[in-house]
Design a protein around this ligand. Sequence first.
Ligand code: SF4
Ligand code: SF4
Length: 442
Amino acid sequence: MSYATKRYWFYAFVTLFTFVVPFITLNENHLLLLSFEKLQFHFMGLAYDVNEFYIMPFLLMFLFIGIFALTSILGRAWCGWGCPQTIFRTIYRDLIQGTLLDLRNNANKQKRMDTSPLENKLKIVVGFLLWTLIATTASTNFIWYFVPPEDFFTYMYHPEEHLFIIIFIATTAAFLIYDIVWMQESFCTYLCPYSRIQTVLYDDNTKHVVYNHNRGGLIYQNNQKQITDSKQWIGTEECTTCEACVKVCPTHIDIRQGLQLECINCLGCADACTAVMGKLGKKSLIEWGSQKSIFHDIKCSIFSKRNMMYFVAMAGSLIFAAAFASEQERVLVNINKPNELYKVQEGIVSNNYIVNIHNTQKQTYTYDVKVEDKNFRIDSFEALTLKPDGMRKRILVISTNQNLSQSDRRDTALKVKLMIFAKEDPKISVVKEISFIYPRTQ
Ligand code: SF4
Ligand code: SF4
C-alpha cells in the first residue's frame, strides 16, 4: 500500500475522531472540553473546576514533551500525518481541485492551474465554495471543544443572543479560507514555529524522508549547488533524474538536496520514486528512515539516552497529573475572613467568616459545617441547599469560652479545622483549616 493511501485512511480516522470527541460523555462529563462559560475543564469524563486547574500544567508538560519525543523518534510525522494544515490542504488541493474538479494534476504540484478557460474559472469558484463549507464545518467542530454540542445547538435557536459564538466561527472559518486558499504551504515554511525547531530535535536516529545518495548518486554539491553535468557520474548511480519526486512535492523542494525545513514528511516523493524505480525492478531511492539505518545500515533504537529522558519526563508529568486528579475535591469551598478580627462578649471570643460553597455534583445537596476541635463551637451557620453547579455564600460564626491566649503582647492566630459536608452523603465533604484570632491577655 502506498504511503498516500495510508495517509488518506489516517486523515479520515483523525477527521472522524475530532468530529466525534465533543459528543462523547462519560459520567455526564465530556471526554475533552474547556468551558469558559462554566469555568470547567473536562478530561476523560472528569470535570475540574477553575480552582482545580492545577492538573493543566502537567497535561501541557506531557503534551509538549510528547511532541519533542515524537519529533526525536519519528521526525515531522505530525506535519505529514496529523497536522490540520496538511489535511486541509490535501482536501482542497488534491481532493477538490485535483480529483473532483480535474483542475490540476496531483502528480505535478509545480505546474500552475490553467485559469484562462471559462470552465476552469467556474470550477475554481465551485472549489472555493466547497472549501468555504468545509472550513465553516471545521470551525463549528472546533468550538464544540469550548461550548459543548448540547449547549451549542440550544443556543443556535437564538443566535442573536450568542453573537460571540457566531463571530468566533466566522473568524476561524475566514482564517482557514485565507490560509488554505492563499497562504498554502507558505504557512509551514514561514509561519509555523514547529518547522523551525525540528533540526534541534533531530539526531542520527531520527526517522525522516531521506534520499539515498549512496545508491542514487549525488545531485547537489554539499547539498547546495545542483550538479548539472551528470557526466561526472561513474555510471552506477541509480537515479534516473526523472524528477517525479520533485514534481509531486507540495512544498516545492527537491528532497535529493537533503533535509530541509520545508519538508513536511508527507512521503509523496517516496511514493513517486517507488513507482519509477519499481518499473526498473528496484527499491525506491527515497525512504523513510534514519541517517544511521539508511547510510550505515545500523538498526537504531528508540531507547537512546535523549529519548529515555523524554520518556521519564512524560511518565513523571502523567504521574503528577494522576495524583492531583485523584485529589479532586467533590465540593469546592472558599472561606474568607472579613476585616473585623474578633469580638469579645462576656468572656466569649468569636470570629466571623464568609463561606462560599460551590456544589460541583450532578444532584442537589444540603451542605452543613462542623468544627473539628472541641474548644470551639459554631454559633451561627445556616445549612445551604445547592442545586447542581449552584454556588452561594453564608456567614459563619465560631466562638470559644476557653482561655486560649498564648501571649500577653500580641493576638494569637489559632488553626481550626472545619468540615463542610453534604448532609445526604457525608462522603461529599472537604476539610478546611481556618485561622481563629484570639486576643492577647489584657
Ligand atoms: S520532500 Fe517529499 S516528503 Fe518532503 S514535502 Fe516534499 S514530497 Fe513531501
Ligand atoms: S523519482 Fe527517484 S529516480 Fe526519479 S529523480 Fe527522484 S530520486 Fe531520481
